[in-house]
Design a protein around this ligand. Structure first.
Ligand code: HEC
Length: 265
C-alpha cells in the first residue's frame, strides 16, 4: 500500500480528516459540554438596557414606531436577534472579527482575551469569529461609542472616521441620519451589547473620565480630541476674521446707511 502514490494520499487524507474532526468537532463539544446555551432574553443585561433606553429617548419617533411597547427587556431581546441577523446579512463579519486573541497586544486595543463561555449563546450560532480584520475587532464594542455616533457612522462612515473604507448603510435609515429604522436601531443595540456580558465591562473608562463634559461617548483619545478642538477653533477664528474683512470691504455704504438711520431717529 505505501509503495503506491494513491496509497500515501489515502493515508494522508484519513489522517488530516481525523485531525480536523478532533479540532473542529470533538474539542468544542468537550469545551461546551457543561455550559448552558443562553437565549437572547437571558443575554439582556442592565448595560445594554441603558443603551436601549437611550435609543428610545434619542430617536423617540422611530423607536415608538418600531418598538411599540417601549424599551422593555422583551423588545431589547428582539432587537438583539434582529441586530445580529442584520450583522450577518450585511456581511459586517467580512471586515470585523469578534475574537480578541492573546497575542499582538490585542488586549491593549480591545480589552480582555475572548473566552469559551462568551460564545455559548444564541447570538453566536453560528459563531461570528470573522475571517479577517479590515476594520477593528468588535467583541468589546459596547459603550466605546455613543448611540448617535453609531447612527452617524452607519449612515456615512467618513463623517466620523475620515478616510474610512467601510461602506455606507443608508438603508438602515428612513431617509435621514436622525431616523434610524428598525434594522438600524437593532444593529446599534447589538453593537452596544458586544462585551457587556463580561464582569470587567466597561472597557473604555476614558468614555466617562478623560473626556468629561467635552464630548461624552465618542471615546476618541484625548490628545486627538484636543488636536481636533484646536483645529476647529483655528478654523472658526479664520472664518470670523474672514467675514470681518468682508464686512470691511463692503462697509462704507452700509455705515453710511446706518448713520442716516440714526440721524432719522
Ligand atoms: C469593507 C469592510 C467593512 C465592512 C463591510 C464593515 N466595516 Fe465596519 N469598519 C471598517 C473599517 C475599516 C473601520 C475603521 C474606520 C471607521 O471607523 O469607519 C470600521 C469601523 C467600524 C466600527 C467602529 C469601531 C470603533 O469603535 O472604532 C463599527 C462599530 C463598525 N465598523 C461596525 C460595522 C458594522 C455593524 C458593519 C455591517 C453593517 C460593518 N462595520 C461593515 C470596515 C468595514
Amino acid at each position: 500500500m505505501f509503495e503506491t502514490k494513491s496509497g500515501v494520499f489515502l493515508i494522508a487524507g484519513l489522517f488530516f480528516f481525523a485531525i480536523a474532526f478532533l479540532g473542529n468537532a470533538l474539542v468544542p463539544m468537550m469545551m461546551y459540554r457543561d455550559l448552558p446555551e443562553l437565549t437572547a432574553e437571558q443575554l439582556v443585561n442592565p448595560h445594554v438596557m441603558e443603551h436601549f433606553r437611550d435609543l428610545s429617548e434619542r430617536y423617540p419617533e422611530s423607536f415608538e414606531e418600531h418598538f411599540v411597547l417601549g424599551p422593555t427587556e422583551e423588545n431589547c431581546a428582539e432587537a438583539l436577534r434582529l441586530g445580529r441577523s442584520v450583522y450577518v446579512g450585511e456581511a459586517c463579519w467580512h471586515c470585523h472579527s469578534q475574537f480578541v486573541r492573546p497575542v499582538g497586544n490585542e488586549t491593549v486595543r480591545w480589552g480582555p482575551v475572548a473566552e469559551t463561555w462568551e460564545y455559548q449563546n444564541e447570538l453566536q450560532r453560528p459563531v461570528l469569529f470573522g475571517t479577517r480584520r479590515v476594520g477593528p475587532d468588535l467583541s468589546r464594542e459596547a459603550a466605546r461609542r455613543s448611540n448617535d455616533w453609531h447612527a452617524a457612522h452607519f449612515y456615512r462612515p467618513v463623517d466620523t472616521s475620515p478616510g474610512s473604507v467601510m461602506p455606507e448603510y443608508p438603508w438602515l435609515f428612513d431617509g435621514a441620519v436622525y431616523r434610524p429604522n428598525k434594522r438600524g436601531l437593532a444593529l446599534i443595540t447589538y453593537m452596544q451589547f458586544l462585551g457587556t456580558q463580561l464582569p470587567t465591562y466597561p472597557y473604555y473608562e476614558r468614555w466617562e473620565s478623560d473626556l468629561d463634559g467635552l464630548h461624552p461617548g465618542v471615546g476618541i483619545p484625548k490628545e486627538r480630541w484636543e488636536q481636533m478642538q484646536r483645529a476647529y477653533r483655528g478654523a472658526e477664528e479664520a472664518s470670523t476674521s474672514a467675514s470681518i474683512e468682508e464686512d470691511d470691504n463692503t462697509d462704507s455704504p452700509a455705515t453710511e446707511g446706518d448713520e442716516k438711520k440714526e440721524d432719522a431717529s
